[in-house]
Ligand binder design. Sequence first.
Ligand SMILES: Nc1ncnc2c1ncn2[C@@H]1O[C@H](COP(=O)(O)OP(=O)(O)OP(=O)(O)O)[C@@H](O)[C@H]1O
Ligand SMILES: [Mg+2]
Length: 245
Amino acid sequence: MAPLLVVEDLYISYGAIEALKGISLYLDEGEIACVLGANGAGKSTLLQAISGIVPIRKGTITLQTDVLNNVPPYEIVRKGVSQAPEGRKVFSTLTVEENLNLGAYTRKKKTDEVTEAKERVFTLFPILKNRRKQLAGTLSGGEQQMLAIGRALMSTPRLLLLDEPSLGLAPILVNQIFTIIREINEQGTSILLVEQNAHKALGIAQKGYVLENGLVATSGSASELQSNQKIQEAYLGGSALKNNK
Ligand SMILES: Nc1ncnc2c1ncn2[C@@H]1O[C@H](COP(=O)(O)OP(=O)(O)OP(=O)(O)O)[C@@H](O)[C@H]1O
Ligand SMILES: [Mg+2]
């Protein structure tokens, strides 16, 4: 079977700045793949390109048989790809429920489909159900992060793009978010996960790609990357793996 997502020799520039310089990766249906890398490596740019938000200079992005180059973002959502962006980015003057409803809008769902998608989100994140009438801007950081993921799930994506979902969360919430990401995947959604928390990300992913300066520096199965000395030193805090087990 063809992979769900194939990124081939992708180049993205912001004016004179070359953010991606020929990235290739793929994701099979049902997989979690993580994308690791230092600040500025190009991780968010990669997700923005898949979502159709930044123009592609060279290379191709394919979702099964559909080429996504030059497809507008709302159409990419309709094809089954949605993103919970970095830094939460919820609509702060709308309620939790209004934020979720907007997530379903692009895919033009019927009322009962929206209700069903919302129930799924509320089962994954019960706190959002309790806070459904609260303005999103008054939620805690962790709750906003959950809302951002919940909103992305409202279009029932086949492929969910997560940009640093654990950023800025307290350790207990980090564990909770990773458990929920695994649960979303077990319910049938493939996930491309950008993370700084390499240890946790490799703990739930099948494989990973390490970006450095707009290039894939290393890739491999999660266990290969976990035991790779260079990866351990750069992203896993030396012998942190052994200590954390
Ligand atoms: N809108 C933009 N205009 C100009 N340069 C940009 C823009 N967005 C990103 N860049 C540059 O592209 C490079 C890659 O940025 P990107 O946000 O993809 O990195 P990242 O890996 O997500 O980093 P972080 O871990 O800090 O989120 C950086 O050098 C950044 O300064
Ligand atoms: Mg980023």
